[in-house]
Ligand binder design. Structure first.
Ligand code: CP3
Length: 343
């Protein structure tokens, strides 16, 4: 049986547009909240293969998406490298910050799989349980985005701490990115070994970097990860998501070598159809707040995106993840609308 999402990524789109949604598992689903409530620590929840596999499958059962994204988090990587990482309810991620090469010495790959091994186990369970026509998507954060959390010790608006280190001590900051390239390559290769059909690299904070910094911190590390994955698994498509990269998007696509790219909601459709979709398949770019609104506004915007990308390979998705207040019936209406569409 073919997997429509995987086929589209390989450049063989059919008449239906395959779809999945970022953050399709999560707090907008009551069945997620039920399973989530059985483990207090969010990271321990990610490290519980049976529960993580269960919540990965929940949205597929409800809405029948073409892709299932592994349930985990981008901050598994710093945690498995040995950085103290935790999630505070109502606050978000917290880490003991690393701000210098000296502090970086405490992190390494030696015991990485002691923690990451349970994520690979989740992938194996999903590989067994997922219907044959569904595509299993593994993922990791890109080095720059993960570094912003590692250096800041939390989420931040301007990534000031990471920039301060990177501008003030470029070689030192490169050593953090280089450790993340090693860890992320190993982590994604292991997910593919365990059964992931596709992987996505989330660079959520690639916005508003000056061009030399974008080249050095976003493009270079991503290109190296893509190169290493190809050596081991040349057939597995890699989706890049340089969120809010703006005018750097085309350069990102040409220079990283990703097989497909995810578009945030700010990317103009006609420009992307002409400039990006003529090179590689695209995914995106419905504003997640449209799904909070629902109704005719959501459906007409969905049609505009489907029509705008109908000439090439397109996977329907959001421009960023679902927010917790998203009504479940709006997701059902959105899914039905996409399924009814024929190219
Ligand atoms: O369904 C899926 O998309 C798969 C699972 C997934 C999660 N996080 C689960 C999660 C994925 C792919 C991620 C990626 C992720 N995590 C990113 C990149 C994508 C993006 O959103 O830009 C980032 C930046 C993170 C870091 C992160 N994790 C933050 C900032 C937060 C807190 C924010 C919040 O909404 O509370 C998380 C927690 C998190 N990761 C939750 C989920 C379902 C909510 C926590 C909970 O359920 O208790």
């Amino acid at each position: 049986m073919t997997k429509p999402l995987l086929e589209t990524l390989k450049g063989n789109p059919g008449n239906n547009v395959p779809f999945w949604f970022m953050r399709q598992a999560g707090r907008y689903l009551s069945e997620y909240k039920q399973v989530r409530a059985t483990t207090s620590s969010f990271l321990n929840f990610c490290y519980s293969p049976d529960k993580a596999a269960k919540v990965t499958l929940q949205p597929i059962k409800r809405f029948d998406m073409d892709g299932a994204i592994l349930f985990a988090d981008i901050l598994v990587v710093p945690d498995a490298l040995g950085q103290k990482t935790w999630f505070e309810g109502g606050v978000g991620p917290r880490l003991e910050p690393i701000k210098s090469v000296t502090e970086l010495q405490s992190l390494n790959l030696a015991n990485f799989d002691d923690k990451a091994g349970s994520i690979y186990r989740t992938v194996q369970i999903l590989k067994d349980q997922l219907p044959d026509d569904k595509t299993l998507i593994g993922f990791a954060g890109a080095p720059w985005t993960v570094a912003t959390y590692m250096v800041e010790g939390a989420g931040s608006k301007d990534h000031g701490a990471a920039k301060d280190w990177g501008y003030g001590d470029p070689e030192g900051f490169d050593s953090l990115l280089s450790l993340l390239v090693d860890a992320t390559s190993h982590y994604l290769i292991s997910q593919i070994d365990a059964g992931a059909d596709v992987v996505q690299i989330f660079d959520s904070w690639s916005a508003a970097l000056p061009e030399p910094a974008f080249d050095r911190w976003v493009i270079e590390p991503t290109r190296e990860i893509v190169r290493r994955l190809r050596l081991k698994h040349s057939e597995t498509p890699i989706i890049g998501f340089p969120r809010l990269a703006g005018m750097m998007l085309e350069k990102y696509v040409c220079e990283t070598g990703v097989d497909a790219v995810s578009l945030d909601s700010g990317v103009p459709i006609s420009w992307a159809a002409d400039t990006i979709q003529t090179k590689i398949p695209v995914q995106g770019n419905l504003d997640p707040r449209m799904v909070v609104a629902g109704g005719p506004a959501m459906l007409s915007e969905t049609s505009r995106i489907l029509d705008g990308f109908s000439k090439g390979a397109h996977i329907f998705n959001l421009g960023h993840g679902f927010v917790p207040e998203t009504p479940v019936d709006h997701v059902a209406a959105l899914s039905a609308h996409i399924k009814a569409y024929r190219r």
